[in-house]
Write a protein that binds this ligand. Structure first.
Ligand SMILES: [Ca+2]
Length: 526
């Protein structure tokens, strides 16, 4: 995105007076008498005052007991790559002013993780609140069984309008598939998003000219919400998924600070700058949607969630169970309910969103859902947060001989440590979506020229990889030092391995348990 264009847009935004779109005003009416009868005396008293102070629509929204819910996902986006997470370069170049302002009005989650480092399994697990392993969706673009309930099904049963727009990425299979595969998906009822949602857009884009229309896309989706109904809307951005645009106006690659696990080559820096520019586009689009929401008077009674669908497609990111693969930004705003500029360091999994939404909507959480509601946390109440979050990695869209295509790995993360189990240790590490990139080619060239450090040689080219990896996330946040063989960490290793194995058994995981794989390795039966 060209910087002068961006600055012009921001200037225009500042100068533009608030306006309302009439179709949306017409969308929401005063509630019926029966609805009013449910309100308490306090509510009615408050209503009389507020009608004098605000627009009719805003007051109705504030009094509606069930909040609207808007879930916005970025695509391939890790912590710390929103300014509010404290990345110095993002703050220096003001990459995410809209998301930072959004965070100042809501709660920032510092320890949120997706259930998988890939689009489809992660997104399905968000909707179904079960792990991709348990759902049987670890193979790329495998949809859930038709009878697996989504949280949106329960919201819909309880009177919500539910919509899915923007990039959803293979929730019900690939967009273009061989006819016989589509036939099976249809026969088995797995391609069901058009009936499962009141509004469904299969293939929406948010790049180029479409970035200017993201607010229109949201407006047109919500224009179909019947009067009096609360809504849930999912909206997915393409950014910052590869391929990145060529531009990085105003961002000097040579001035960026690289994390220590990345080899420092000009190409890696250029690639990173282009990624950052993509996040800047995402932020711009996010800001347009938030502005629209505000103009419609929907801000007050809408719980807005921003999250990454999985980690960024940069080195040791997407496709891996390292922090960069699953640690995602999560920011939630709910005016009047969530304390502004608050933060949480509770462990959160992507599967926890569904029960949290249901609790916010006053809907009972079904037994099928394994997630832990963090609704109390949103309201500033104490809660028993998780001890562990789990993640899995399966087949992605790439060669089955490299990790960008196939890797079978599992992880458990505690507040202090992460254990990773590599069930295919002889696969060569290859970054997902970037094996042909100039950045990855430059790392191979540096290696061939003898210019790669011992650390980077080990991190990127060790083969076989260790079956078990243990990292101290507090002292070693970039996961440089594997402690699995450290005698000082035997107890931690055993505790996390047992937790992971218990989880794998409960999920009916098809992989061998780590201790069984290790036993065979020790017995030299491999
Ligand atoms: Ca993704």
């Amino acid at each position: 995105m060209r910087l002068e264009k961006l600055e012009t847009r921001f200037a225009a935004k500042r100068d533009c007076p608030p306006r309302r779109d009439t179709n949306i005003q017409e969308m929401i009416r005063l509630p019926s008498t029966s609805q009013k009868s449910r309100w308490s005396r306090f509510d009615i008293s408050w209503a009389k005052k507020s009608i004098c102070l605000f627009s009719v629509m805003a007051s109705v929204q504030a009094l509606e007991s069930k909040p609207n819910i808007l879930l916005i996902l970025s695509d391939d986006h890790s912590v710390p790559h929103v300014g509010c997470y404290g990345n110095a370069d993002f703050l220096k170049y003001s990459i995410t002013p809209n998301l930072d302002a959004f965070a100042s009005e809501g709660m920032r989650f510092d320890r949120a993780y997706t259930a998988a480092p890939q689009c489809a399994p992660s997104r399905i697990s968000i909707f179904a609140s079960q792990s991709p392993v348990k759902l049987g969706v670890t193979r790329f673009a495998q949809p859930a069984r038709a009878d697996v309930p989504f949280f949106t099904d329960f919201l819909r049963e309880r009177g919500y309008w539910v919509g899915l727009a923007g990039r959803h990425q293979h929730l019900d299979g690939r967009n273009r598939e061989a006819p016989h595969i589509d036939e099976v998906l249809i026969q088995e009822g797995m391609q069901n998003l058009d009936t499962r949602f009141d509004h469904f857009v299969r293939s929406a884009r948010t790049r180029g000219e479409d970035l200017e229309k993201v607010d229109v896309a949201v407006a047109s989706a919500l224009a179909t919400v019947p009067r009096g109904k609360p809504f849930f809307l999912y909206f997915g951005f393409n950014q910052p998924h590869r391929k990145f645009g060529p531009e990085h106006d105003g961002i000097d690659p040579s001035e960026l600070t690289l994390p220590p696990d990345w080899p420092d080559t000009p190409e890696v820096r250029e690639d990173y700058a282009r990624y950052i520019d993509d996040v800047r586009e995402l932020d711009y689009g996010f800001g347009k949607i938030m502005d629209w929401l505000d103009r419609q008077g929907l801000k007050e009674n809408t719980l807005v969630v921003f999250m990454g669908d999985n980690g960024e497609a940069l080195l040791r990111g997407k496709g891996t169970l390292f922090d960069r693969g699953t640690h995602v930004p999560l920011i939630i705003r709910w005016p009047g309910r969530i304390r502004p500029a608050s933060a949480s360091d509770s462990l959160i999994s992507g599967i926890d969103l569904a029960p949290t939404f249901l609790e916010a909507a006053g809907v009972a959480i079904p037994e099928e859902m394994d997630g832990v509601s963090f609704f109390p946390e949103l309201l500033g109440r104490s809660m028993n947060s998780r001890d562990y979050v789990y993640a899995e990695r399966g087949w992605h869209w790439g060669p089955i001989t490299r990790t960008d295509g196939l890797d079978f790995s599992r992880s458990v993360t505690s507040r202090h440590y992460r254990l990773i189990y590599n069930a295919l240790p002889d696969r060569s590490y290859t970054p997902v979506d970037m094996p042909g990139s100039e950045a990855w080619v430059s790392i191979h060239a540096a290696r061939a020229g003898g210019k790669l450090s011992q650390l980077h040689e080990r991190l990127y080219f060790q083969n076989p990889r260790p079956i078990m990896e243990l990292y101290d996330l507090q002292s070693d946040p970039y996961e440089l030092n594997n402690l699995a063989e450290s005698g000082a960490h035997t107890e931690v290793l055993e505790r996390l391995r047992q937790a992971l194995e218990a989880w794998m058994i409960r999920q009916h995981d098809y992989l061998p348990l780590p201790s069984h794989a290790q036993q065979n390795q020790q017995d030299k039966r491999y």
